[in-house]
Design a protein around this ligand. Structure first.
Ligand SMILES: Nc1nc2c(c(=O)[nH]1)N[C@H]1C(S)=C(S)[C@@H](COP(=O)(O)O)O[C@H]1N2
Ligand SMILES: [Mo]
Length: 524
């Protein structure tokens, strides 16, 4: 009797209650879906980087403790962003389901949770470094749509009689399905708007000038075909294969026509440069190897490309740097900052404001339209992507993003060598076994590479030519593998100044990993 009154039909109370709880959870999740769908649509119109999921993700990236960030980069590598977005999505879905269930008891509680998500998103949007007055709008309208949807769904589906004739399955399906369709459609439309107004179109329209000072033709002897066939890294890294490391959750959407760079601070004359003005300057093209400070011994956060740009030293020379300045504080459009030592930038090396990579405009993930590249310094203190502001200042005045998170203030690249073939734990046939890899000590160059087996004598490997001291080189060593069984192979390099690579084992933090790369192989 009482059960019948409560549920409005004859299903056992537990079943009906369970079903309604699921309906509540689904209402909550779909309302959250609508929040993000509408948010994405408004972001598509207002600003792609202001989409709720993006701003919340960016805020999390900037606030997670340094150790967690380092661990994530180590564990997930370049997939760390996907993992983060998936985690945030799971948390939101769970919260939204909870909001939907609670809303059935007290609507205000459920709507309150949606509102709270909205507030978090608005705060995240408003505090982004590239925030405008319109940035909170996607979050505000998205949260409003979500709260409205949850109210309607809860009122129509959670009350008594919901599973009866008036509110039975057809109406539930229409309401829930309709919400899902609107959420997906607005999200999809927003995504379409984002892609059509994106920097990709701007990039397609860029025509790079021929370099006034072209890169040298690569010397013969690079990329020996047998070693490449067995897995040696190619000397030149394809842009699509180039490692990507940055704090940006979505690639900044910066059009070349909207880009400008301001150079200011301790200079006699300040400068604001547009993209067209930069392209009109005499450009230089160089092979340069980039390395990330997070690269582990034997790791692959390193790559070589042909970079086209304008020398930073020439730019700064024209502005006349004042005495006392020792640092360039570069800021990216998304608020990332780095501090590059002025001494290295102006000592004659090819430190550049870069517009081209491997003969193409910079790929968006690698800094379109303009980034910095300084040979010899780890990326976090030199290679600012999407750079829009450079302040000439002092290390005593300012600290940059990674320095604030415990990494070294200055980051010269440590001499390193890596074994590419054979792979560790490979089984090889007794006889002549080619061992090959790469070695780098940017701007000092590599003068020698040595290999040793089972901690025996160090033997000279053949160092292949390279374009300059600013790039890595490949090396090959022919090992006469006679003794069957398991062996360890180690490598070490000597830089162009004659300094040997250190054997001291160090983790990437705070100033780069060190120690010898080593593999274990079984001779059969
Ligand atoms: N704007 C911006 N620039 C940045 C970073 C970043 O997080 N944001 N990361 C730096 C780091 S740590 C490295 S190693 C290089 C990597 O450049 P790539 O992604 O083109 O390989 O970019 C540097 N420039
Ligand atoms: Mo890096």
């Amino acid at each position: 009797m009482r059960t019948a009154t409560n549920t409005g039909e004859s299903a056992p109370p537990g079943v009906a209650e369970g079903k309604r709880r699921w309906t509540g959870a689904l209402s909550g999740v779909l309302s959250a879906g609508l929040t993000f769908g509408v948010g994405q649509l408004v972001a598509g119109i207002v600003s792609p980087s202001a989409a709720p999921l993006v701003v919340v993700g960016d805020a999390v990236v900037d606030r997670v403790p340094a150790w967690l960030k380092d661990t994530a980069i180590r564990a997930f590598g370049t997939h760390d962003k996907v993992v983060l977005l998936a985690t945030i999505t799971v948390v939101v879905v769970l919260l939204a389901a909870l909001a939907g269930v609670l809303a059935r008891r007290r609507l205000a509680v459920g709507v309150g949770i949606v509102g709270l998500l909205g507030v978090v998103s608005v705060l995240a949007a408003a505090t982004r470094p590239d925030a405008t007055t319109l940035s909170p709008l996607p979050s505000v309208l998205g949260a409003a749509a979500g709260a409205y949807a949850l109210t309607v769904l809860t009122r129509r589906l959670a009350g008594p009689g919901v599973t009866g004739r008036a509110g039975g399955p057809p109406r539930r399906a229409v309401l829930l399905g309709g919400t899902a369709v609107v959420a997906a459609a607005s999200g999809g439309a927003g995504q379409l708007l984002v892609t059509t107004r994106s920097a990709e179109i701007s990039r397609d329209a860029v025509v790079l000038p021929a370099p006034a000072d072209p890169a040298p033709v690569l010397p013969a002897g690079i990329d020996p075909s047998d070693a490449i066939a067995s897995g040696l890294t190619t000397y030149a890294t394809k842009s699509a294969d180039f490692y990507r490391i940055d704090t940006a959750l979505v690639v900044p959407d910066l059009r070349a026509e909207d880009w400008s760079l301001t150079v200011h601070g301790l200079v006699d004359r300040e400068l604001t440069l547009t993209f067209d003005q930069l392209l009109a300057m005499p450009l230089r093209e160089r092979w340069i190897t980039l390395t990330c400070v997070s690269n582990e011994v034997g790791g692959d956060y390193v790559g070589t490309a042909r970079w086209l740009g304008y020398p930073l030293a020439d730019l700064l020379g024209a502005l006349r740097v004042q005495s006392g300045a020792d640092m360039l504080y570069a800021t990216s459009t998304d608020g990332f900052t780095l501090s590059a030592p002025l001494a290295e930038v102006t000592d004659g090396r090819d430190a550049m404001l870069v517009v081209g990579m491997n003969g193409q405009p910079l790929p968006r993930e690698h800094g379109f339209p303009v980034r910095m590249v300084v040979p010899g310094l780890y990326g976090y203190v030199s290679a600012c992507k999407w750079v829009t502001d450079i302040e000439v200042t002092r290390f005593t005045e300012k600290t940059a993003y990674w320095t604030d998170r415990g990494w070294a203030e200055k980051g010269p690249i440590k001499t390193a060598s890596r074994i590419d073939v054979p792979r560790s734990f490979d089984k090889v046939r007794a006889g002549r076994v080619p061992i090959a890899g790469v070695a780098w000590a940017q701007h000092r160059g590599i003068s020698a590479v040595e290999v040793r087996v089972d901690e025996g004598e160090w033997e000279r490997a053949r160092v292949l030519p390279s374009a300059s001291a600013d790039t890595w080189c490949q090396w090959v060593y022919d090992w006469d593998a006679t003794e069957k069984g398991s062996h360890t192979v180690q490598v070490r390099a000597t830089d162009g100044t004659g300094a040997p690579q250190t054997d001291v084992v160090a983790a990437p933090a705070p100033d780069g990993a060190s120690g010898y790369d080593s593999i274990t192989v079984t001779v059969q």
